[in-house]
Each structure stands twice: as structure tokens, then as C-alpha cells.
Design a protein around this ligand. Sequence first.
Ligand SMILES: Cc1cc2nc3c(=O)[nH]c(=O)nc-3n(C[C@H](O)[C@H](O)[C@H](O)COP(=O)(O)OP(=O)(O)OC[C@H]3O[C@@H](n4cnc5c(N)ncnc54)[C@H](O)[C@@H]3O)c2cc1C
Length: 467
Amino acid sequence: MAQISSVDRHAIVIGGSIAGLLTARVLTDHFERVTILERDSLPMAAPAPRKGIPQCTQLHILLTRGRQIMEELFPGLEAELIDAGAAVLDMGTDVEWLNPFGWGVRFPSGFKALSFSRYILDWLIYRRLSQFDQIQVLESSYVTDLLTNAAQTAVTGVRMRQRDLDNPRQVQYKDLTAALVVDASGYSSQAPKWLQKIGYEPPEETVITTSMGYASRLYEIPAEFNENWRGVYIQAAPPERTSMGVIYPIENNRWIVGVCATAPQRPANNEADFLDALQNLPSPHIYDAVKAAKPATEIGIYHPPGNRLRHYERLSRQPQGFIAIGDSVCCFTPIYGQGMTVAALGAVLLQQCLSETALTELPSRFQSELAKVNAIPWIAATSQDAKYPSVKGLERPPTLMEKAIGWYMDRLIQLTTKEPQVTLLLFNVFHMVQSSDALFQPSMLLRVMQQLLMPSSAKTAPKTHSS
Ligand SMILES: Cc1cc2nc3c(=O)[nH]c(=O)nc-3n(C[C@H](O)[C@H](O)[C@H](O)COP(=O)(O)OP(=O)(O)OC[C@H]3O[C@@H](n4cnc5c(N)ncnc54)[C@H](O)[C@@H]3O)c2cc1C
């Protein structure tokens, strides 16, 4: 077994996707050297999908809070995304939103979202990280175990299996030591097993699934396209309607078109089923737009595993020198668009913990505070998923308070069919720019009360959009 080095101020990040990349950036402020270990080869020359992030061909919405954090970590990233062709959308004027109560009101909101393919974001971040001398990326490096000290009180590094890039059949095992190891290896992380092998309990897990399936495809936007929208979001309305559809413009004058439904209606990867799924959505917008458009890719399907929370914060014993972040700890049903932003919030938390906490105290403090960061997005995703007939894993029926909050949220969403002010507030809360407490401010409570006192015919806007 080759011993590479043993540098005190060295940190290792397992996984080179969003959580790992943002974590590596944060670690450069606190460690002399940072090594990212990635089982794949990273496409450095140009943006491209890669095997280790199978979801990266599917539609990815970056919430505004996530974009703000990435801009703080990499100043100028937003401008680079726009230069690379990301579409800048005003969520009020450019996007048609069909929610369970009708079409969202269209208005100049000033609330901006960028739309781009997932792999262009990763690529721009690789490029930025490659400018840091402290960071080394070891590709084709698959972590297989954690290393520990003789007393098994601390993780001291990792064991990895490396493939020779010139001769992929050639494999060797190496040990790499570090003062801190961060697991950012995503949903399929083996960290609980690695911990067990060095004498620790694995974290408890909460798993809530709905058996959703995704299908996405890129299309060239036809030159003659001339609708009054640039994107359409047809939201699911469970339990009755469990399918949703999205069309958004991205770089290179393309649309990304996605459909998502729960079993047994999960979309398949053949043309007829894909178009059928689009045609069966409750509005013809997306189907009409793409039926004559030229596909730019094959149909990619993905069956995401669902919501899973690993409770590292509940471990009675944690080794020093090891933490976990991103999807490895908390993974969501993707339709709520939270994963990358929650990974970014974890990176910000790590920044704060490293500034305020000794390395010996880091694991317990970081994991317990990360559990608090994850709590609200977790409730947001799982309380929506609870409405799907296919949901599995709910530990208990909703409490009266949860039902009341769900009812109140529905009233606010109903108001988005006619009230710009409510819609703008919801954009801010859904994009994690404002706390959900803002939904309960007196002016919103008043609007909900006024709505209740209205005659029922005046409560919602018409179901078909005429604007
Ligand atoms: C269909 C789908 C749609 C989604 N849509 C959105 C969206 O709209 N908005 C949003 O914010 N999020 C979305 N997400 C979630 C988002 O993709 C993830 O939250 C995001 O990629 C951050 O995950 P991560 O970095 O923690 O892990 P991952 O992205 O899973 O990356 C893990 C990395 O670790 C590497 N790795 C794994 N094991 C090892 C090992 N043993 N050794 C070395 N390397 C290893 C992998 O190759 C990979 O690079 C979606 C997810 C899915 C499945």
C-alpha cells in the first residue's frame, strides 16, 4: 500500500459534484492543501455530462439563495453563467406557472432566475477551482474506506482505488492522510459502512419515497417560436394529478423539457411515451411548443431514490476528523429544486463552523447544525410528497398543526392566481431568500382572511390562461 503523504493541514473531499466543489472552495480558507477525490474523470475542456452524476442531464433549477452563495464563493460566477448562454428569466413575466388552483398571475416581478444545463454550472466551478494552487483533483479515484488512528478515535485519511488514466485496467490502492475528511459522495455514499468498519454505529436514516420518474430532452428552439412566455411550469396537484411538466430555455438556444410522474405513470425513454406524457399534461403549452421542434438529444430518464435523511447528529460517538455534507446526508425528491442550494447552505455553515470551532469539536457541532439547516427544506419536500398516493415511509399522519399550515399554504398558492404581492413573496420563500416566517406576516394573514370572506366565484382566476 503506497503512503502518499501526511500533511497536518491537509483536507480531503470525497466527491467532485456541487457539494464537494463548494466544500473544497470553503476549505481553501482553512487548510494549506485540499484534495478532491472523484471516481470519474472531470470534463475540463468543455461542459459535458458525466457518469458519476447521472441526474445531470435532467432539468436543474438553481434556487436564488443557492446562486447567491455560489456568487459569494466565486465572485463573477453569475456573469460567467450568463456569458455561457444561461437564460435570464423574470419569474413573473417570462414563466407561465400552472399550480393546483389555476395559472399564476403574470407581472413584472423583478425576481430573476437563471436557467442553464446542470453540467455547465459544474464546469464553470471546476474552472474556478483550478485557479487555486492549494486544490488538487485526483480523478478516477474511488474511495473504499476510511483510515483511523490506533485508538479509533479519529479518521486520519482514506483508502482509495485509483485507475491509471492511460491504462484503465491498471488499478492500485493508495492511502492518503488528512486532518479532515469530508464525505460529499452523494446519495450512494458508503460512509455509514466505512464508519462501521472502523468501530462506529452507522447513522439512523429516515426515508420517504414516492416512486417518481423523470424524463428530459433538449430541443432546438424554433426560429419561428413566438409565444408570450419563455418558460412554462405545470405543477403536479396531488393526490389527483401526480404528473408535472416543465419547459425552460437554456444555453445554445435550446429548451430543456422535462416530465415527471409517479409509478405507474413514470415516463419511459421512447419518443411516443415522452410525447404522450407531454400531451397528457393539463395544458397543451409544452406539447404544442415541442411537437414540431427538433430534438437536440436523446430522452434521458432517471428514477431518483426519493427523500433520505441520515441522522449524523444523533450519533452518540463520532470520530474526529470526519464530516458528511450534501446529498450524502440529506437528499430530496428533486421536483422542489432544493438539492444544490441545500448543499450550498451546508458549505456556508462549514465556513462558519471552521472559523469558530476547533477541529476536534467540528464533527459534532457541524452535523448538529447541519441537521437544523436541513430541517425546513426536508419538511417542505416531505409534506408535499405526503399528498401523493404512492408515498411510502411516513412515520405518522400529519398533526393538526401541520394540517393547518398545509391548508394555509394552499390558500396562499390560490392567491397567486391573481395577486402579484403574494406571488412575489412565495418566489422569495421558495427560493430560500426569505424565511418561511414571512408567510405568516400580518399582511398575508389578512389577505387569506379576505379571500375566505369573498364569494366563491371570485376566489380563483380562470383555469385557462388568456394573456
Ligand atoms: C433527477 C434529478 C433532478 C434534480 N433537480 C435538481 C434541481 O432542479 N435543483 C437542485 O438544486 N437540485 C436538483 N437535484 C439534486 C442535485 O442533483 C444534488 O443535490 C446535487 O448534485 C448535490 O449533490 P452532491 O454533490 O451532494 O452529490 P452528487 O451530485 O450525487 O455527487 C456525488 C459525487 O461523488 C462522486 N463519488 C461517489 N462515490 C464516490 C467514491 N466512493 N469515491 C470518489 N467519488 C465518489 C460521484 O462521482 C459524484 O461526482 C436533482 C437530482 C435529481 C436526481
